[in-house]
Design a protein around this ligand. Structure first.
Ligand code: SF4
Ligand code: SF4
Length: 391
């Protein structure tokens, strides 16, 4: 059996259902990464897998270091062995929790999940404790997940759907679910009373940016039950620029690459961005469309340069309080389950009041720390000890 050597230790490559290795992991739940954070709500990020077999050529994680390089260079996914029980122990060590965000750097329902079902297990661990959890996917949402989400009132799902044209979808998202299945995910969740976000994310210039097509796509997503639309225009990490341009050339022709070379001139923190006026044109169009359709709208990680510094574009384009369209407060433990700490909007990034009792988490003041770790949740857990706590 072939193996991968990591720090002189061999890990056998398991071929089915997709080449992967199992690595013991002490990874901890953590909040957003430092830097130019735009995400308004606090989250506990959970990464059971590194590398993603859905295979989008434009995926920014192809530029990530560490285990992600193993996927980009050799097509091998890394599975954090027994990760659900690690998550369970960590949740049981805190009395304060924000909404979980399952698998921000790969699809939670990709091929290896068919063997390990870590995503379903982790969602169960959260919902059993009544802690909200969310995910983003381009795959079919398992029925078990819908059954679990529907019992936790702030849990929700985001479906990434880039085009209604399934031939184009096969090129962009080769091992994702087909377009009808994605629309059906939205319908199934909506039918079960679960908040659903449709993400047209990313829009690739000259590929899926036709305004008439975008209009039809937004209308179909809303008709299926989406309550909020998120979009972004493709950013290209400089590290994988050549790879992405070669793929665009192979898939869409040399003329499209020339158009990209002209359009992608703006560099922000190691990423190439499409011309700001092009992006603003798309966002203005989608914002006004969603306003007509009476659903909320936001951008994901979109920046422009103002006074020489990157500034988030959501200030101008978002029509919701939180970028994900749903307001989720912090939760605190009451015996074995958690309950909302307060009935705030959960937009901690802009909050000045800290009704939840965690003053550091109200990050509205300039210069606030914005990246939180499990150790911070443990520290807050000691402070928050309402009289009804039994632990
Ligand atoms: S589904 Fe998401 S994480 Fe997976 S390859 Fe595509 S963009 Fe990357
Ligand atoms: S009160 Fe403010 S800091 Fe606390 S959870 Fe709500 S939005 Fe976040």
């Amino acid at each position: 059996m072939r193996e991968i050597k990591i720090k002189d230790k061999g890990f056998p490559i398991i071929l089915e259902p997709y080449p992967h290795i199992l690595i013991p992991s002490k990874k901890q739940l953590h909040g957003w990464w430092p830097g130019k954070r735009e995400c308004t709500g606090e989250r506990l990020l959970i990464n059971p897998y590194n590398g993603c077999s859905i295979g989008c050529f434009f995926c920014y994680t192809r530029a990530f270091p560490g285990y992600f390089e193993l996927f980009q260079n050799r097509g091998i996914v890394v599975v954090a062995e027994d990760f659900p029980s690690t998550v369970e122990k960590q949740l049981d060590s805190i009395n304060v929790a924000s909404c979980g965000y399952l698998s921000p750097v790969c699809d939670p329902f990709q091929k290896v999940n068919e063997k390990y079902h870590y995503s379903e297990k982790i969602i169960r661990i959260f919902t059993e404790r009544n802690i909200p959890i969310e995910f983003i996917t381009k795959s079919e949402v398992p029925e078990e997940v819908i059954e679990l989400l529907k019992i936790q009132k702030h849990s929700f799902g985001q479906i990434s759907i880039l085009t209604l044209d399934d031939n184009l979808r096969r090129v962009l998202v080769p091992f994702g679910a087909d377009t009808e299945t994605l629309l059906n995910n939205i319908k199934r969740m909506k039918k079960n009373g679960i908040f659903v976000v449709a993400r047209i994310d990313p829009i690739l210039p000259f590929v899926n940016d036709d305004k008439e097509d975008l209009k039809k796509l937004v209308e179909r997503c809303i008709e299926a039950g989406a309550s909020h639309i998120i979009t972004s225009v493709l950013d290209i990490p400089l590290k994988i620029k050549n790879f992405v341009f070669e793929e665009i050339s192979k898939k869409f022709g040399k003329k499209t690459v020339r158009l990209y070379s002209e359009l992608y001139r703006e560099k922000i923190d190691g990423y190439l961005h499409a011309d700001i006026n092009y992006r603003k044109g798309i966002f203005t169009f989608l914002k006004s469309l969603t306003q007509k359709e009476s659903v909320s709208f936001a951008l994901c990680m979109e920046y422009g340069i103002e006074d020489g510094k990157p500034r988030g574009l959501n200030r101008r384009f978002a029509t919701s309080i939180n970028c994900e369209g749903i307001n989720i407060p912090l939760y605190i433990r009451k015996n074995k389950k958690f309950i909302p700490a307060t009935n705030c909007h959960g937009n901690c990034l802009n909050c000045n009041e800290a009704l939840c009792g965690i003053s550091e988490l109200a990050m509205g003041k300039p210069g606030s720390k914005k990246d939180w770790k499990l150790k911070d949740y443990r520290r807050w857990s000691k402070k928050i000890r309402p009289s009804f706590l039994s632990i």
